[in-house]
Design a protein around this ligand. Structure first.
Ligand code: PHB
Length: 386
């Protein structure tokens, strides 16, 4: 009799949180990011931004404490499927957050789609993940390759350049960035006369810079990021090209890189969904909190990490922490106005940010806002059926 009463008590205690509709176990978050290699600084900034949001919420998401499981993906697509499977199958994470490199992100999206695991992409631009690979459980807090590049195509054509050469790493993000630049540049009367590229993550730019000098275009458009962007901007200036052929880029070229690029970046024009001098109360308080916590200035990657956590927070709160309710999670996120340091944005039906793309210019150690290149730009989500 006594035994029955005790087991009844235990059963009630176990059922109580569920009866109240609240799961109290820790949320396991798989952070799959580059912590080594050319994109290492980007991975760290994303994690910092993500943790900052969670700390602002008392270390919890929807009332559940958070546990992180981290994997260094090395920006290596050949290791990506194994890495993501470890997080999903061995560590049983509730949600995947990653990554920076588009090739790795596509492997993550495939596993997320096959297993139904929630995935929030805090950087990688691969058009496919909110295009043909789009899925109800896949979200992006950053941008598609198309967005900053398309905006720069318009800007560059209007700034008077007729003939452009493009240069980038040969992989999805680079190819897509160049394609979207060309689409807008040629629609606005320009012509891309040559696409140059080199394998990721090579930074052997010399032969290509020599080719640019002999092609003599009106301007160069480029997609490089992280350590590769630092070296490209320095090599471009050292080759004497900065004075003669204006260099334009998707904003990654000068984001999180200005300390290392120094005077060689001064004056460069780029387009991106963030800038250093927005001056809004929301951005000011974010920048202050980030600088206080990490003794570092935030960049676009920090913002994207912060907003990945916001997306998780919005969805998880709507389902009272029960992340198995994927459809309700998605409905809440789809309806949300996300209060980002970049400015408020919404997610498209394909779950990619609809956002303003700023024109920025490097002034000292800042990517200063010169205006909005395109307002509320949505990715065309070509191939997404959802
Ligand atoms: C990408 O691979 O999609 C990528 C990498 C670095 C960036 C932006 C995009 O800064």
């Amino acid at each position: 009799m006594k035994l029955v009463r005790i087991s009844l008590l235990v059963a009630c205690a176990l059922a109580a949180p569920l009866a109240m509709g609240q799961n109290t176990a820790k949320i396991k978050i798989g952070l799959m990011l580059p912590y080594t290699g050319t994109y290492a600084a980007l991975g760290n900034a994303i994690e910092n931004g993500f943790r900052l949001y969670v700390e602002e919420k008392g270390g919890k998401i929807a009332g559940r404490e958070v546990e992180y499981v981290k994997v260094d993906d090395e920006s290596d697509p050949s290791k990506a499927t194994d890495n993501v499977n470890k997080l999903v199958k061995r560590d049983n994470v509730d949600v995947l957050v990653g990554t920076v490199h588009s090739g790795v992100a596509m492997a993550m999206a495939k596993v997320a789609k096959d297993t139904g695991t929630l995935l929030i992409i805090p950087n990688a631009g691969a058009d496919a993940v909110t295009g043909p690979m789009c899925a109800p459980n896949i979200f992006r807090s950053s941008f598609s390759s198309y967005q900053p590049a398309y905006a720069m195509g318009e800007v560059a054509a209007k700034k008077g350049g007729k003939k452009a050469v493009t240069i980038t790493h040969k992989y999805a993000a680079g190819d897509e960035s160049v394609r979207a630049f060309r689409e807008a540049f040629e629609k606005n009367g320009g012509q891309v006369i040559k696409d140059l590229n080199l394998p990721f993550p090579s930074v052997e730019y010399q032969a290509l810079l020599t080719e640019i000098a002999s092609l003599k275009p009106d301007l160069v458009y480029t997609f490089f990021a992280g350590g590769a962007a630092v070296k490209f901007v320095k090599d471009y200036a050292a080759a004497g090209l900065k004075k003669s052929i204006p260099l334009y880029g998707a904003g990654f070229l000068t984001d999180g890189t200005l300390d290392a690029q120094g005077a060689d970046a001064e004056g460069l024009f780029t387009t991106l969904h963030y800038a250093d001098s927005l001056g809004t109360p929301r951005d000011n308080s974010f920048r202050l909190a980030y600088a206080k916590t990490y003794k570092l200035q935030p960049d676009v990657y920090a913002v994207q990490g912060y907003d990945a956590a916001q997306i998780l927070g919005i969805g998880a709160t709507a389902v009272k922490g029960d992340l198995s309710k994927k459809a309700e999670f998605a409905t809440a996120v789809e309806a949300a106005k996300i209060d980002s340091p970049r400015g408020v944005f919404t997610l498209s039906k394909a779950h990619n940010p609809v956002q303003d793309i700023y024109l920025r210019q490097v002034v000292g150690k800042e990517n200063k806002v010169m205006g909005v290149a395109i307002k509320a730009l949505a990715d065309p989500a070509r191939g997404c059926r959802m």
